[in-house]
Design a binder for this molecule. Structure first.
Ligand SMILES: [Zn+2]
Length: 245
């Protein structure tokens, strides 16, 4: 006796189910992606909070002096004072500053750390292209850039021009670090070489985190960051230059 074998699904039923699954995936995936980005954004914020605490400790240990935002040795202080070469700033964050064969500091290395944003896919930098730096291991991973007005020397316990913490009259409006893209010649700093605004990176759905001197962190859109021009204090605006009330 023959048994009639019935198909479990017709092709049309199968296609309908596949279509419904695709539709549901289309609805669910963007919200999953948004949730993942929200997590990355929270972690990024926590990174900057830690950097803010390290900055606070550095100021306490150095009579209110700030670490340098200027990496060049010579007239603007030694490269060891530059913030990402500065062991006094980075060691409390669990980061070591590497030293090259000439005894020069070469940053905290290529590993992801509290200095890299989870949304930043390739936070890799290299200073090999600089004329004074021969091709050697000088790569490092970095997502956050110091404000150029943070200081130009930052030598601990040696006060010089506008790097004392107390000189920033509006700590809640004085940006210290932000998510950015260092200039080619000055990685690690959004320096006032022209307007530094284009050196910010708005990684978090069109927004960038910024750490202020009073330790709070903000998410700002590009429109919320003021434009400024080089060496013009009035046009720098509070975000860039909160020295004066
Ligand atoms: Zn980030």
């Amino acid at each position: 006796m023959k048994h009639k074998i019935e198909k479990a699904f017709t092709v049309i039923e199968l296609l309908t189910v596949i279509g419904i699954i695709a539709l549901l995936m289309g609805i669910v995936l963007p919200s999953l992606s948004a949730a993942r980005e929200q997590t990355r954004s929270v972690l990024c914020r926590a990174n900057l909070k830690q950097l803010g605490l390290a900055l606070r400790m550095y100021g306490d240990d150095c009579n209110g002096n700030m670490p340098s935002a200027e990496p060049y040795p010579g007239s603007y202080g030694k490269s060891a004072q530059h913030w990402f070469n500065n062991a006094a700033l980075l060691n409390p964050l669990g980061l070591e500053v590497r030293i090259d064969e000439n005894g020069e500091p070469v940053g905290p290395g290529k590993q992801r750390s509290v200095l890299t944003c989870p949304t930043h896919k390739k936070p890799d930098w290299s200073r090999d292209s600089l004329p004074e730096d021969p091709a050697r291991e000088r790569a490092f991973a970095l997502s956050y850039m110091a404000n150029g007005t943070l200081g130009v020397s930052g030598k601990c316990n040696q006060p010089t021009e506008y790097r004392q913490e107390r000189e920033f009259k509006n700590p809640a409006r004085a940006m210290m670090f932000c998510e950015g893209n260092g200039t080619e010649s000055v990685p690690g700093t959004v320096l006032f070489d022209g307007c530094p605004k284009p050196n910010l990176l708005f990684r978090h759905r069109g927004r960038a985190h910024a750490l202020f001197l009073d330790q709070h962190v903000e998410l700002r859109t590009e429109e919320e960051v003021p434009f400024c021009s080089r060496f013009d204090e009035k046009r720098f605006g509070e975000f860039w230059y909160a020295k004066k009330p």
